[in-house]
Design a protein. Structure first.
Ligand code: GLA
Length: 394
């Protein structure tokens, strides 16, 4: 009897010791690149190595992009021992070689699998192989795992993702765990202790209406995000050709305001200047990466015209004016009201305009305001944003 109690205790403690995620990861929204939006199944070792090179040479790495993630289609089978088999034609030197190369550039390596029996492209999924796959990923040097939800039949999402979380933890290598369940079971309500980020919607498409439709669905989710646990409205489409430069600026600005993961999804080897300027806008990246990790809230919704506010460290604030409409709009904004904009996150400290400068994060300059002038008039083209930061005077 005593032996039995002892054994149960050991088993229970053993379970507890790895029933958790890696806590020290993704303290700010993860930044990187993922193959899916541009390349779909057309992934290879050569592509990934060239993307890693381009991430460094383009200045993306200096701007903060870090993870190079292969999405679906790198895997073709399982061998007789259940080991996942890499597509040898496309990845002739295997995944460890690729991971080593990416690490040698000072970057991190990410991979994709699925909680179901097969991935969304019909490749072998992780169901039933979680602990084995996690050990394999750890051996290869994987730093980030995106885990999809296709072919999951009647599986319970929370339980399924918890198995992989525990498997990763047991394998011992810190790996950012990115849940890709598309929001069906409201992962924001249960995934905080399971993964570091969770998709909140279905897939993005490189079109204005699709992008803004996803953005609209983020409105009530701010309270679920924070350091180590982020809402993920899907990867960026900036530079893929389906939107105008103005629309891509809007897309990028909104993702920065939402404290969303910034996973570029374009061909980094062939970026035009406009794309590079957007993806490496350091002022915007700084608000995305702000250490408080607060997701912007919508303080005004006038239909096509919205105002979003993101509290920042040091009592600073970012404010985004959004013209979703198809017409140019001229709006009047009271900066003092924006500076004082409050939500449940914020204190009742008095805000005094003279303690701040207001910086336009796309013009990269401070507004020239006269003393006691709070109201500004802004003309906004269709589908555009203005992003300002209230920066404390020294
Ligand atoms: C799903 C995911 C996408 C992508 C594809 C790959 O649709 O949501 O982001 O990973 O699968 O097959």
């Amino acid at each position: 009897m005593k032996k039995c109690i002892f054994l149960s205790l050991v088993l229970f403690l053993g379970h507890l010791s790895f029933a958790q995620k890696f806590e020290q990861l993704a303290k700010t929204p993860p930044m990187g690149w993922n193959s899916w939006n541009k390349f779909g199944c057309n992934v290879s070792e050569k592509l990934l190595m060239e993307i890693a090179d381009a991430m460094v040479s383009s200045g993306m790495k200096d701007a903060g992009y870090e993870y190079v993630v292969i999405d679906d289609c790198w895997q073709v089978d399982r061998d007789e021992n259940g080991e996942i088999v890499v597509d040898k034609d496309r990845f002739p030197n295997g995944m460890k070689y690729l991971a080593d190369y990416i690490h040698s550039k000072g970057l991190k390596f990410g991979i994709y699998s699925c909680a179901g029996t097969k991935t969304c492209q019909g490749r072998p999924g992780g169901r039933g192989y979680e602990f084995q796959d996690a050990r394999t990923y750890a051996r290869w040097g994987v730093d980030y795992l995106k885990y999809d939800w296709c072919n999951s039949s009647t599986q319970n999402p929370k339980a399924s993702y918890e198995i992989m979380r525990d498997a990763l933890y047991k394998a011992g290598r810190p790996i950012v765990f990115s849940l890709c369940e598309w929001g069906g079971s409201k992962p924001w309500e249960w995934a905080k202790n399971v993964g570091h980020l969770w998709r909140t919607t279905g897939d993005i498409v490189d079109r204005w209406d699709a992008m803004i439709g996803i953005f609209d669905l983020q409105k009530d989710l701010a309270k679920y995000a924070g350091p180590g646990h982020w809402n993920d409205p899907d990867m960026l489409e900036v530079g893929n050709g389906g939107m105008s430069a103005e629309e891509y600026k809007t897309h990028f600005s909104l993702w920065c305001m939402l404290a969303s993961p910034l996973m570029a999804g374009n061909d980094l080897r062939k970026m035009d200047d406009a794309t590079l300027q957007i993806l490496t806008n350091k002022d915007l990246i700084a608000i995305n990466q702000d250490s408080l990790g607060i997701q912007a809230f919508c303080m005004r919704d006038n239909g096509d015209y919205e105002i979003w506010v993101k509290p920042l460290n040091n009592k600073e604030k970012a404010v985004c004016l959004l013209n979703k409409g198809d017409e140019t709009k001229t709006v009047e904004v009271n900066l003092l009201t924006l500076l004082k904009a409050n939500n449940s996150y914020w204190s009742t400290d008095p805000y005094v305009m003279k303690n701040y400068v207001v910086r336009d994060l796309w013009e990269h300059q401070n507004l020239k305001l006269k003393a006691d002038e709070y109201i500004i008039k802004v003309t906004m083209p269709p589908h555009s944003v203005k992003v300002y930061q209230f920066i404390k005077n020294q």
